[in-house]
Structure formats: structure tokens, C-alpha cells
Design a protein around this ligand. Structure first.
Ligand SMILES: [Fe+2]
Ligand SMILES: [Fe+2]
Length: 242
């Protein structure tokens, strides 16, 4: 019996965007129409999308910064971590700054702190993942002792009358009483937006800190069988049909 032929180069690979990125946006996905077009020359995207830079076989953290993250997110993370490093913060704080919005880079925006914490949990100290998770709720609440005010950018993003939901309030209160509060609070302090074109620090500036505090799996991120390997694979192949 013959194996089905793997789609050849030259065949059109149709892409169905992830539901989470299109629901409610008005972007209509004509999946039934694509299913009707499916034939020998029209198949669905699986594997490397030629429109994206090819990832190495054993991807490491900085490969995602260079080859997958949106420019604005990569610049934001590198700049935040660079400021923390310039201020002489603990390396765990620098790493948390470097990773705090990692979910926005190439995965998902909604509840990005929680997704980001889960994504990195198998590879970092528990305190770093904790700080990444709780920076999200803590961003909504000022703390004068740290010189942290409610962000002006949030007034612009959400409108001055925006009220965070109960779970954000509850989690921020929980964080405030926690022994790692300062770590998460420092992440919010360095969580500053730079929409200008100032060049971001070279990712290599953080290679040593990553080497000391991020356990890069020998098989590469996505292929080590960790509980979050599938999330890294989704960033490598974001357009897979299934
Ligand atoms: Fe964030
Ligand atoms: Fe941020």
C-alpha cells in the first residue's frame, strides 16, 4: 500500500489562522471555501512556512527573539531587561524582565502574563515564572513605595474609565502579600514602552544571564517533552492546520 504523498513544494499551502487571533475581529475565515479548493495543488499548511525564517533544529531561547518574536515585543523585552541590568538588579529580575511579555512575542496576547509564566516554568527558577505571571495583575495597581504609578499608557490603551476584572484585583492582592512581591513589582517598574526607533540592546548582551538561569534543553525548545514543549512548537509552526 502506498503512503500518501507529502505535499510538494510548489503546491499552495492554505493557512487557516488560529481561532484565538481572529474571533470577534471581523476577519472572516472561509474554511469551508478552502476545504472545497483542496486538491492535488492546494493543501493546508503543515511544517515550515516559507514566509517565516527557518528555525534551527534545536531552537534556543534567543532564536525565538531573533526569528519569531514581533519586532515591537523583542525590542520591549530587550530594553526592559537592559534597563534592569544597567540599574544593577539581581539576575533573576533581569531574566524576568527579559521574559515578562514573551507570550506576546509569537503566541497569544490575552492573559499574556499567565501564558508566559506557564511557557517558561519548566526552564527557570519558580520565582522568575511567578514574577512573569504576577506582573500582569500588578501593572494595574500603583505602589508609591516603589515609585510605581498607574501607567499613563494604560489610560491611552484602555481609556481612563477602564476597571480591571475581579480576578486581576484578586491576584494583585495575593501578589502584594507574597514573599516574591518585590521581584514582580520590579518587572512592572522596568515595563516601559518605547515606541521610538531607539535600537534595542543586542540579545547577546543577555547570553550569560540566560546561560546561568534558563535551562536550555539539549533537544531544543519544543522537542524536550516538557509540559510546555507544545507551546514552543506552536511558535515554531504557528500556521499548522492541526
Ligand atoms: Fe506585560
Ligand atoms: Fe511589558
Amino acid at each position: 500500500m502506498c503512503e500518501p504523498e507529502w505535499p510538494q513544494a510548489g503546491r499552495e499551502r492554505m493557512i487557516v489562522p488560529a481561532p484565538v487571533g481572529t474571533r470577534g475581529t471581523g476577519i472572516e475565515i472561509d474554511e469551508p471555501g478552502m476545504l472545497r479548493r483542496m486538491d492535488a495543488d492546494h493543501v493546508f499548511m503543515m511544517g515550515d512556512n516559507p514566509a517565516l525564517p527557518r528555525m534551527p533544529e534545536k531552537p534556543r531561547l534567543l532564536d525565538f527573539f531573533r526569528l519569531r518574536f514581533q519586532g515591537i515585543t523583542a525590542r520591549h523585552l530587550l530594553t526592559s531587561a537592559g534597563r534592569a541590568l544597567d540599574d544593577g538588579q539581581d539576575e533573576k529580575v533581569v531574566l524576568a524582565c527579559l521574559l515578562h511579555d514573551i507570550a506576546n512575542g509569537a503566541l497569544i496576547r490575552s492573559d499574556h502574563g499567565y501564558w508566559g509564566a506557564q511557557l517558561i516554568a519548566p526552564y527557570v527558577d519558580e520565582e522568575v515564572a511567578w514574577a512573569v505571571q504576577y506582573h500582569q495583575p500588578l501593572r494595574y495597581f500603583a505602589d508609591e513605595a516603589f515609585g510605581y504609578a498607574y501607567p499613563e499608557s494604560y489610560n491611552a490603551f484602555f481609556g481612563p474609565d477602564y476597571v480591571p476584572p475581579d480576578y486581576i484585583r484578586r491576584d494583585a492582592e495575593h501578589a502584594r502579600g507574597h514573599r516574591w512581591y518585590k521581584t514582580a513589582r520590579l518587572v512592572t517598574l522596568y515595563d516601559i514602552y518605547f515606541f521610538d526607533d531607539t535600537p534595542a540592546p543586542d540579545p547577546e548582551r543577555f547570553a550569560d544571564i540566560i546561560g546561568r538561569h534558563f535551562r536550555e534543553p539539549a533537544e531544543g525548545l519544543g522537542f524536550d517533552g516538557s509540559p510546555t514543549a507544545h507551546m514552543w512548537r506552536t511558535m515554531i509552526w504557528p500556521n499548522n492546520f492541526l
